[in-house]
Design a protein around this ligand. Structure first.
Ligand SMILES: Cc1cc2nc3c(=O)[nH]c(=O)nc-3n(C[C@H](O)[C@H](O)[C@H](O)COP(=O)(O)O)c2cc1C
Length: 317
């Protein structure tokens, strides 16, 4: 098998040409370019930056990452250098990377997001923006991902600032029974100007140490990621694809628990155009490259000429 991903893995996400469907998830690959030290990024489709806020943030007190069975809990609290330092010291590195860079924005008000995205717009090498409207680890971090009215206002405001490059909205893993279901949120994001969706952020969770009788995370609750959440997110990708994204032709980045090529392949079959890896890199820093090789073999065995031919190609049970 060739060292570079073959044309089999080339794909397009909302007009962005990607070398492969594999994306390094926000917050798990450094601020922007640190993963280049350990991975050959020419094989990766895109790296998503740490979520950037208007002001620098040190994040929550430790412990802010704890292991669980087949999962990880984190409550980093959006530690990041803030938009001004990000633009000065990090964004300028984007043009030198061998893959696309997607800039992630977070905030607590519409003005916050607007200020961050206005900053991003000054760097042509930032190929797309991902709006993190779903951080469970800061007060107010999920507000825009829980209410279709607030989401509509946010996305349409940002769309005016980020005009000609793809805009991606990263949704929380809301399930049936919550006030706004995931399909409503997806539709609202797209109607307000989003070109693509990332499904999903971490699942709100908590872990307790029986010996000390204390929560393991200093912030008490956090977000769960890793292999245990993969089937939950697969179902959300499937629902959004079947009930909205397929007909609306909106690409989805499936994100949650991918650590093997089989996980990535099942997201693609459920309807994802690209696949994110986050915690998988904490388990094995080289897992993205293993997953890419596995996807290449799988696409070959499935006798397709492009990996994108397999999007949503789930057979009946
Ligand atoms: C340590 C850590 C930091 C994260 N930071 C961010 C962040 O800054 N912005 C964001 O949108 N998601 C963040 N996430 C969520 C991931 O991008 C991803 O949505 C989640 O971990 C599920 O994918 P996984 O199971 O492959 O890790 C973070 C996750 C972890 C584990």
């Amino acid at each position: 098998m060739s060292a570079r991903p073959s044309a089999l893995l080339n794909t397009s996400l909302a007009g962005l040409a990607l070398a492969s469907p594999l994306v390094l998830a926000a917050g798990t690959a450094g601020v922007l370019a640190e993963s280049a030290d350990i991975l050959d990024l020419s094989r990766i489709g895109a790296v998503v930056t740490k979520s950037i806020t208007p002001e620098p943030r040190t994040g929550n007190a430790p412990w802010r990452v704890v292991p669980e069975r087949a999962a990880m809990l984190n409550a980093i609290g959006l530690a990041n250098p803030g938009i001004e330092r990000f633009m000065r010291e990090y964004a300028t590195l984007a043009g030198g990377l061998a893959c696309k860079v997607i800039a992630s924005a977070a905030g607590f008000s519409i003005d916050d997001y607007e200020r961050v995205v206005r900053g991003f717009a000054a760097e042509p090498a930032l190929a797309a923006v991902e709006l993190n409207v779903s951080c469970p680890n800061v007060h107010g971090g999920t507000e825009f991902g829980a209410d279709t009215g607030a989401l509509r206002e946010l996305v349409s405001t940002v769309r005016r600032v980020w005009e000609n490059r793809p805009l991606i909205v990263k949704l929380p893993p809301v399930t049936i029974g919550t006030p706004a279901g995931i399909v409503d949120l997806a539709r609202t994001a797209v109607e307000s100007g989003a070109d693509a969706l990332t499904l999903c952020n971490t699942i709100p969770a908590m872990s307790i140490d029986p010996a000390t009788r204390r929560p393991r995370l200093a912030s008490v609750t956090g977000g769960m990621s890793g292999p245990a959440i993969h089937p939950i997110i697969t179902r959300l990708v499937h629902d959004v694809y079947q009930r909205f994204a397929r007909d609306a032709k909106v690409p989805i980045i499936g994100l949650g628990g991918v650590s093997r090529w089989q996980d990535a392949a099942s997201f693609i079959l459920a309807g994802a155009t690209a696949v994110g890896v986050g915690t998988g890199m904490f388990i094995d820093t080289r897992s993205p490259l293993r997953i890419i090789r596995g996807l290449e073999r799988w696409a070959h065995e499935q006798r397709v000429s492009r990996i994108s031919d397999l999007i949503g190609k789930l057979e009946a049970a």
